[in-house]
Design a protein around this ligand. Structure first.
Ligand code: ADP
Length: 493
C-alpha cells in the first residue's frame, strides 16, 4: 500500500487532485456564502414588497367599499397567498378582520397575537386602523370564498350590486397585482445551488483526477523508458536505447542518456578492440620465440648468434610493447607522475634530434633545426617525457619518410604557446585516416608496421603525454608530399 505512494505518478495525481479539491472547495464555499447573503437580502426585499402589496390590497379594498367585511375577505386572500396570519385592527383597537377568522370583534390587547410587522391603514390621509402580520403562523389562513360567489350569495346587499361589482373588479385587479409579486422558492434556490455546486465540484474533481492521471501517466512514460533502459544497460545490454518522443526536459534527458549509452558502447568496443589488439601484438613475437626455441629443442635450428639475436630482438619488441602499454595505462588511470619543472625546451629538442644524426647520415636524410630561443618565457615540462614525445615524432618522420629527404624541426612562440613542428617530406597520410592515427593500435597501412616494427601505440602515447602537459597536438598531411605534426605547449606567464 505504502509502495503506491512512492510512485511519482500517484504522488503527482494526489498533488493535482488536492489543488483541484482546495480550489473547488474555496470557490464553492465562497459562492455558497455570497448566495446565502444575497438570498437573505432578497428575502427581506420580498418581505417588504409583500408588506406593501398587502397594505395596498387592504387599503384599496376598504377605500372601495368602506366595509370591514370586504377587508376580511382581502385579509384571507393575503393570508392564503403569503401564508401569513393577518389581523386588521380599526382605529379603536378592535379586530375587524382576521385571515384565520378567529378574533373578529375581539380587543387585540386581550389576545396573544404577536405581530412581526405592523403597518398603518391610511385612508384619505387618516389612520383608519392597523394591519398586523405574523409571517410564520402555526396554522394556515382560511381559504376565502371566490369574490363572484360571495357577491351572488350575499342577497342582503342587492342594492349594492354595482359596488360589489366594483369590489370584484378592484379586488381582482389588486389580487392579480399582488400575485405578480413573484416569490421565488428561495430556500429551494439555495439548496438547488448548493446541490449544483456539490455535483459540479464532485464531477470536476473526478474529471480532474482522470485527466491528471492520464496526463501524468503520459508525461512519466519516458521516465519508465529511461528506468527500463538504465536497467538494461546496467545488466550489460549496451545496445539498448531509449525512445525519444519529445523535445522537453525529459526528451533532452533521454537524448543525453542515449549519448551516454553510445559513449559506453564505444568505450566497451574500444576496450574489446584493445584487448584483441594486445593479444594479437603479443602473439606474433611469442609465436616467433616459441618457434625458434622448439626448433633449437628439436635440433632443427642451431643456437647460434644469428638465432639468438632474433630471439633477443623479439623479446626486445615484447619489452617495448609492454612498456608502451604500461605508460598508456598509467596515463589513462592518472598514475603517471610527470616531473614538471621549468626547463630549456630548445635544448631538449636539440638533444632529441642529435640522437638521430647517425641514422640521418646513414639514410641520407637531412635534419634541419629552426628553433626559436626562449628568453623570459617559462615552459614547464618533464624532461624525459618531452624527449620521448619529440623522439617518437622524429622516429615516425624517419620511418614514413623517403630516402634523401629532409626532416625539419622548427619552433616559435605564438600567442601563449611554444609551437614545435616536426615536418617530413614522406609518403603522407590519407585524409580519411588522419583522424584515426592517434588511436591505439591504429596503423594506416598494416604492412608498413612489419617494416617499422611499430604496433600503432606511439602516437597515442605522444598525444596523451602532450595533453598531460596541458598542451595540444595536431597533424596535417598531404600524400607523397609529407606530414607535419604540431605540438603547442603553454607558456606560463
Ligand atoms: P606505429 O608504431 O605504427 O608507428 P604510431 O602510433 O606512431 O604507430 O603511428 C600510427 C600510424 O600513423 C602509423 O602506422 C603510420 O601509418 C601513421 N604515421 C605516423 N607518423 C607518420 C608520418 N610522419 N608520416 C606518415 N604516416 C605516419
Amino acid at each position: 500500500m505504502i509502495a503506491i505512494f512512492h510512485s511519482l505518478q500517484v504522488r503527482l495525481t494526489i498533488g493535482f487532485a488536492s489543488i483541484l479539491l482546495i480550489a473547488i472547495s474555496l470557490v464553492s464555499g465562497y459562492s455558497a456564502y455570497v448566495t446565502r447573503s444575497e438570498i437573505v437580502v432578497l428575502r427581506n426585499e420580498i418581505e417588504t414588497v409583500k408588506n406593501i402589496r398587502a397594505e395596498e390590497l387592504i387599503t384599496k379594498t376598504y377605500e372601495a367599499t368602506n366595509d370591514w367585511d370586504d377587508v376580511q375577505y382581502a385579509a384571507q386572500q393575503v393570508g392564503t397567498l403569503f401564508g401569513w396570519h393577518v389581523i386588521i385592527e380599526n382605529s379603536k383597537g378592535k379586530i375587524v378582520a382576521d385571515s384565520h377568522n378567529q378574533r373578529i370583534g375581539d380587543d387585540l390587547k386581550s389576545n396573544m397575537f404577536k405581530p412581526i410587522y405592523k403597518r398603518p391603514i391610511i385612508i384619505n390621509g387618516k389612520n383608519a386602523g392597523w394591519m398586523l402580520i405574523n409571517d410564520k403562523p402555526r396554522h394556515n389562513a382560511i381559504i376565502p370564498q371566490p369574490v363572484s360567489q360571495k357577491i351572488i350569495s350575499n342577497s342582503k346587499n342587492i342594492q349594492n350590486t354595482n359596488l360589489e361589482g366594483e369590489l370584484n373588479n378592484n379586488s381582482q385587479r389588486i389580487i392579480s397585482e399582488v400575485l405578480e409579486v413573484v416569490e421565488p422558492p428561495l430556500t429551494d434556490l439555495q439548496s438547488t445551488f448548493q446541490n449544483a455546486l456539490i455535483i459540479a465540484g464532485t464531477t470536476s474533481v473526478l474529471a480532474g483526477l482522470f485527466i491528471v492521471s492520464i496526463f501524468t501517466r503520459q508525461s512519466l512514460k519516458p521516465v519508465k523508458y529511461l528506468t527500463k533502459a538504465a536497467k538494461k544497460i546496467g545488466s550489460g545490454d549496451l545496445n539498448y536505447r531509449v525512445k525519444v518522443e519529445s523535445d522537453d526536459e525529459i526528451g533532452q534527458l533521454s537524448k543525453t542518456f542515449n549519448n551516454m549509452a553510445n559513449e559506453l558502447e564505444s568505450l566497451q568496443n574500444e576496450r574489446r578492440q584493445m584487448t584483441a589488439n594486445i593479444a594479437h601484438e603479443l602473439r606474433t613475437p611469442l609465436t616467433n620465440i616459441r618457434g625458434y626455441l622448439e626448433g633449437i629443442q628439436d635440433k632443427v635450428l642451431k643456437p647460434n648468434k644469428e638465432n639468438i639475436d632474433t630471439l633477443f630482438n623479439q623479446t626486445l619488441h615484447l619489452n617495448n610493447l609492454v612498456d608502451d602499454l604500461r605508460v598508456l595505462s598509467m596515463i589513462e588511470s592518472g598514475t603517471l607522475n610527470l616531473n614538471l619543472s621549468e626547463g630549456d625546451i630548445v635544448k631538449i629538442i636539440e638533444i632529441s634530434a642529435k640522437d638521430f644524426y647517425p641514422r640521418a647520415k646513414n639514410s641520407g636524410v637531412k635534419i634541419n633545426l629552426e628553433l626559436q630561443n626562449i628568453t623570459t618565457e617559462k615552459i614547464y615540462f618533464d624532461d624525459t617525457r618531452m624527449r620521448q614525445i619529440i623522439a617518437n615524432l622524429i622516429e615516425n618522420a624517419f620511418s614514413y619518410n623517403s630516402e634523401n629527404n629532409e626532416i625539419t624541426i622548427s619552433s616559435e612562440i605564438s600567442d601563449n604557446y611554444y609551437v614545435i613542428k616536426i615536418i617530413d617530406q614522406g609518403e603522407g597520410i590519407p585524409d580519411e585516416e588522419i583522424n584515426k592515427i592517434f588511436h591505439e593500435f591504429y596503423r594506416v597501412d598494416k604492412s608498413r608496421s612489419k617494416k617499422t616494427g611499430g604496433v600503432g601505440l606511439g602516437l597515442s602515447i605522444v598525444k596523451s603525454l602532450v595533453e598531460a602537459h596541458n598542451g595540444e597536438i595536431s597533424v596535417s598531411s598531404k600524400i607523397n608530399s609529407g606530414t607535419t605534426f604540431t605540438i603547442m605547449l603553454p607558456i606560463i606567464s
